[in-house]
Design a protein around this ligand. Structure first.
Ligand code: NAD
Length: 548
């Protein structure tokens, strides 16, 4: 165990107890209490971390609502990060849905009202010209991963402005929980350019700027300054874009990806986790992606990202690009993407098909006879009973992904998918659903949670010092994810590994990504002799270190 030799700069006394990255509360030993001026500041009994965990577990479980649990866990994170991470890693199935979707959605909707202590950096339109100065205010000088949002499309909940900060905070906690990125080296950022959400603008407790969103040059120049300042203050940092509106998400990714180490999780992370799930589904139905007809409900950031990676995968397997695209059909709020439509963006145009216009999704399913439907519309309940029954008539095992978040926005529930398909659906969702009992059989819905992918990708990038993030890295991650699935779980219809396995999943993904980094000559650090061991060694583990 690493020994610290407390010097003049090492916090002591009350300052140490108020530093969440170093605080151990009642677990400071007698020696530490003596040498770090803690005597008298703590009750005499010295607890182990395990005893502290039992205590906080009981305290969080007596909270009556999920939002109260979120607030309790946030305050624990604010006073003792190691204990927070110990608890959440050990009880991941119970707490992942609290610190991330679905509860984080509710937390963002009420962020101004539950706001207690700031976490992360807020950069607003008023800070133009001073972003470097603001980044220097961050107490840590070495940052590995930034997650940034402008709050315009929080989950499927729309524009939540500065209240969207819950998302970068939650995603970075997942980096630590799932892949052991050190919490000290993570930085959540919200770029506040205003909000078009009238309710928030009228709310006296709203934490953001009281103005409509900046757009056009004003918006773009702020983002440009942010990216440039970030690269200067934190060289080698990975910047993850999160929950930007579609019109900015694609555009900014294209603009920055060749000049900075950056990716968009809604586009590339989603794509990878869905490809991983579909590769597992192909093992179940003993077929291949090029033999599928895939219909998307939604044609935004997530849909385009998934369609692109599916094409990439098929092309890699020798399928011609035109043929790969031919089996992908996208449907948005105005209907099927067809060549006759004049309202399509460049990203959408490449998936426009030579078919008749259709504005009803269930009718599109009937006409196109897809083997797979993927819901990324942000519209709850849009997969109707007749649609699922129709798919079941055409397919032995209809593959249904209802990915919209939070749970209320899911295109259908797990129970609906299984009952309407007589238990034949291979189902995955974005937010978690409980197992379903149907006619004496138990079904285990998969959660196509991006947390299976982005933390491992980030770890691989940090481990290799990658200078850029490529789509090939996300394809490698999807394969590593699918390779983790055991046959006995696939047989049960489960598409993703169990959550308690997630740190192992992240390690495997990190290795696959780091190998891809070195193969494409994008690593800034010499390749370690034993890459796997190197990845394991840099992972943070939330045990207490001895300070004396
Ligand atoms: P987006 O705003 O970029 O795209 C939404 C798309 O849905 C648009 O094309 C819109 O036209 C279409 N749409 C709206 N109403 C529709 C309707 N009634 N029928 C069909 N299409 C309709 O959003 P996005 O980033 O693509 O995300 C969409 C949803 O997917 C969100 O709810 C998000 O939480 C979810 N998502 C889930 C995961 C995951 O679970 N792994 C990952 C990313 C996004």
């Amino acid at each position: 165990m690493k020994k610290f030799l407390p010097d003049f700069s090492f916090p002591k006394g009350m300052e140490l107890l108020h530093n969440p990255l170093l605080n151990k509360g009642t677990a400071f030993t007698a020696d530490e209490r003596k040498q770090l001026q803690l005597e008298g500041l703590l009750p005499p009994f010295v607890m182990t971390q395990e005893e502290q965990k039992i205590k906080v577990l009981a305290s969080v479980r007596v909270q009556t609502t999920d939002l109260d649990k979120y607030i309790y866990l946030t305050s624990l994170q604010d006073r003792n990060e190691a204990l927070f991470y110990r608890l959440v890693i050990d009880e991941i199935e119970e707490f992942m849905p609290i610190i991330y979707t679905p509860t984080v959605g509710q937390a963002c909707q009420e962020y101004g009202h539950i706001f207690r202590r700031p976490r992360g950096l807020y950069i607003s339109s008023n800070d133009k010209g001073s972003i470097k100065k603001i980044l220097r205010n961050w107490p840590q000088k070495n940052v590995d991963v930034i997650v940034v949002t402008d709050g315009e499309r929080i989950l499927g909940l729309g524009d939540l402005g500065a209240d969207g900060m819950g998302i970068p905070v939650g995603k970075l906690s997942l980096y630590t929980i799932c892949a052991g990125i050190h919490p000290e080296r993570t930085l959540p950022i919200t770029i506040d350019v205003g909000t078009n959400n009238e309710e928030l603008l009228q709310d006296p407790l709203y934490i953001g700027l009281r103005q409509k969103r900046d757009i056009g040059d004003q918006y773009d120049s702020l983002l440009d300054e942010f990216m440039d300042a970030t690269a200067q203050i934190f060289p080698n940092v990975l910047v993850q874009f999160e929950d930007f509106a579609n019109r900015n998400a694609q555009r900014l990714l294209a603009k920055y990806r060749n000049n900075y180490c950056t990716f968009n999780d809604d586009i590339q992370g989603t794509a990878s986790v869905v490809l991983g799930g579909l590769l597992s589904a192909m093992c179940i139905i003993k077929s291949s992606l090029d033999k599928q007809r895939i219909l998307f409900c939604g044609a935004g950031s997530a849909a385009i990202g998934i369609a692109d990676i599916l094409c990439r995968e098929m092309i890699h397997c020798g399928v011609d690009k035109k043929i790969a695209r031919k089996n992908l059909f996208l449907f948005d709020s105005s209907g099927l993407l067809t060549v006759d439509r004049e309202d399509l963006s460049e990203a959408n145009l490449k998936y426009a098909q030579q078919v008749d216009i259709e504005t009803n999704f269930s009718a599109a399913v009937k006409k196109l006879k897809p083997t797979i439907v993927i819901g990324v519309s942000g519209v709850g309940g849009v997969f109707e009973e007749k649609m699922v029954r129709n798919m079941t008539q055409e397919n032995d095992r209809p593959i249904i992904f209802a990915l919209s978040n939070p749970t209320t926005k899911s295109e259908c529930t797990a129970e609906q998918a299984y009952s309407w398909s007589e238990g034949r659906a291979i189902f995955a969702s974005g937010s978690p659903f409980d197992t379903v009992r149907l006619k004496g059989k138990t079904y285990h819905p998969g959660q196509g949670n991006n947390a299976y992918v982005f933390p491992g990708v980030g770890l691989g990038i940090v481990a290799s010092g990658a200078t850029r993030v490529t789509d090939e890295m996300f394809r490698a991650a999807a394969h590593a994810l699918a390779d983790m699935m055991e046959y006995k779980n696939l047989e049960k219809g489960t598409l993703y590994p169990a959550l308690p396995e997630i740190r192992n999943v992240s390690k495997r993904i990190a290795l696959a990504v780091a190998l891809e980094v070195y193969n494409s000559d994008l690593g800034s650090q010499p390749r370690p002799e034993n890459l796997k061991q190197h990845i394991e060694e840099i992972m943070y583990s939330p045990h207490y270190e001895s300070y004396v």
